[in-house]
Ligand binder design. Structure first.
Ligand code: 5AD
Ligand code: SF4
Length: 443
């Protein structure tokens, strides 16, 4: 039932956060709210925050400042802030004390309480802060207001137990908790019945799915069950931890026809010294062996990764190791980040922090190299035929349509409205570092 009230959600950060925002939107729509792009028309504005790097936090404070005038113009407007940043005391204090126009502060473990929290504010007009320190089991299944009709995210495991020494995630998302296999399969079946063709399974470390459930529940088993869901065409997943990327999993991925030809396997550094200090639980040699095995079992698969440059104590020689590894492994794509100290993590209190200028220089060297490798790899695809799931008009160029290949590359082609949501064959005619151009040659 519509109530003529409008909401706007501003989301920062990873897919997990974007998916949480879909669930926040789902709850608001069940309460009768409708979406709006314009802050001036909104009755509720929610910020879903990220804390993974410092610049994510700075953006949030900037946005809070900007929203002040909408509250001044409409005192009934409810402004709420949730997500990972709000699981830490310092930012909560700062928001509460300095941003008096914020009505609601909530955390990552209690998003399902949003309707109650809003009702409370509407009744009392008091400011409400409700952040749970500890997760209380799984967040229950919630309605989702999805952006795409044909692709959907499914959360399979919440939290992370790895405690990489640079990372704040385990502190703000809690310990690993897997969703029961049957409830995931049911959700996938329902989505497929609604016309979804592609699902992406989400978790900080999807490979440890099931470790906290009964013995037989594993990630390869989950993939095998989901592969049976009729009408579903593609299964993606992220993120994998190299340490837990087993032979059994690789064999399953290679065997199951719906599982996409793409593996995102963050390495973070090419130096064994740095990997050890990051507490990643594997060596450079082990990682190289994993990628070689992926390429042997799945010759058409793409492999992407994440790197952090400028981890405390990283020497020029350590960085050279990263550069050598990039040259050796020929990744299809890499996400590259400058190390950002996160207060409360072990690496942040180290005395041997790297100078910002050095970090920037290393980032540029790494990005330039990877862009060149991605370009060369994509050039080799010219003339090949790729299977693409048609998404619709491209954001960057509305004159063409776009979609992704099984290998997760963005591909542009001519507009064909009747093919939205279909898998089509595209002949590749041109390529850049990040995108491909082609022509549809059939279904
Ligand atoms: N600084 C920079 N990058 C980070 N990441 C995680 N924590 C930090 C940090 N403190 C990166 C890692 C991870 C990706 C999601 O974000 O590369 O794989
Ligand atoms: Fe952070 Fe490491 Fe967990 Fe990834 S695996 S979320 S980098 S602690």
């Amino acid at each position: 039932m519509k109530n003529n009230k409008f909401y706007n959600i501003i989301t920062y950060g990873c897919q997990m956060n974007k998916h949480d925002s879909e669930r926040l939107a789902g709850m608001l729509e069940e309460m009768g709210y409708q979406p709006t792009d314009k802050y001036e028309n909104a009755d509720i504005i929610l910020l879903n925050t990220c804390i993974i790097r410092e610049n994510a936090e700075l953006k949030v404070f900037g946005k809070l400042g900007e929203l002040k005038r909408y509250k001044r113009e409409n005192p009934d407007l409810i402004i709420g802030i949730g997500g990972c940043m709000m699981q830490q005391d310092e930012p909560v204090d700062e928001v509460y004390k300095k941003y008096r126009h914020v009505d609601l502060i909530f955390g990552t473990h209690n998003i399902h309480h949003l309707p109650d929290l809003i009702n409370k504010i509407e009744k009392t007009r008091d400011r409400v802060v409700e952040v749970w320190d500890e997760e209380e089991g799984l967040i229950p299944d919630l309605p989702s207001q999805r952006k795409s009709e044909h692709s959907a995210w499914i959360s399979i495991i919440q939290g992370c137990d790895n405690f990489c020494t640079y990372c704040i995630v385990p502190y703000v998302r809690g310990r690993e908790r897997s969703r029961p296999l049957t409830s995931i399969v049911k959700e996938a079946e329902k989505l497929a019945a609604d016309g979804v063709k592609e699902i992406t399974l989400l978790g900080q470390n999807v490979n440890s799915y099931g470790n906290d459930l009964e013995k037989e529940t594993t990630f390869p088993k989950l993939l095998a069950e989901l592969n049976k869901v009729q009408k579903l065409k593609r299964i993606r997943f992220m993120t994998s931890h190299p340490r837990d990327f087993s032979d059994e999993l690789l064999e399953k991925i290679a065997e199951l026809d719906k599982v996409a030809n793409h593996i995102h396997l963050p390495i973070q550094s090419g130096s064994n010294k740095v990997l050890k200090q990051m507490n990643r639980g594997y060596t450079r040699e082990y990682y190289i062996e994993r990628v070689e095995k992926i390429r042997k079992e799945m010759p058409h698969a793409s492999v992407s990764t994440d790197f952090i440059v400028g981890f405390p104590g990283e020497t020029e020689a350590d960085f050279e190791q990263t550069i050598n590894l990039v040259k050796e492994l020929n990744f299809d794509m890499a996400y590259t980040f400058i190390y950002s100290p996160r207060s409360g993590t072990p690496a942040a209190s180290r005395k041997d922090q790297i100078d910002e200028e050095v970090k920037k220089k290393r980032l540029k060297t790494l990005m330039d190299l990877q862009n060149k490798i991605s370009y060369d790899k994509n050039q080799k695809l010219i003339g090949s035929t790729q299977e693409v799931l048609v998404t619709g008009a491209s954001d960057s160029n509305p004159k063409v349509y776009e979609g992704r290949t099984s290998t997760n590359k963005i591909c542009f082609f001519e507009k064909r409205e009747e093919l939205i949501g279909e898998l089509v064959n595209v002949k590749i005619e041109a390529a850049k570092s990040w995108t491909l151009d082609g022509t549809i040659i059939g279904k």
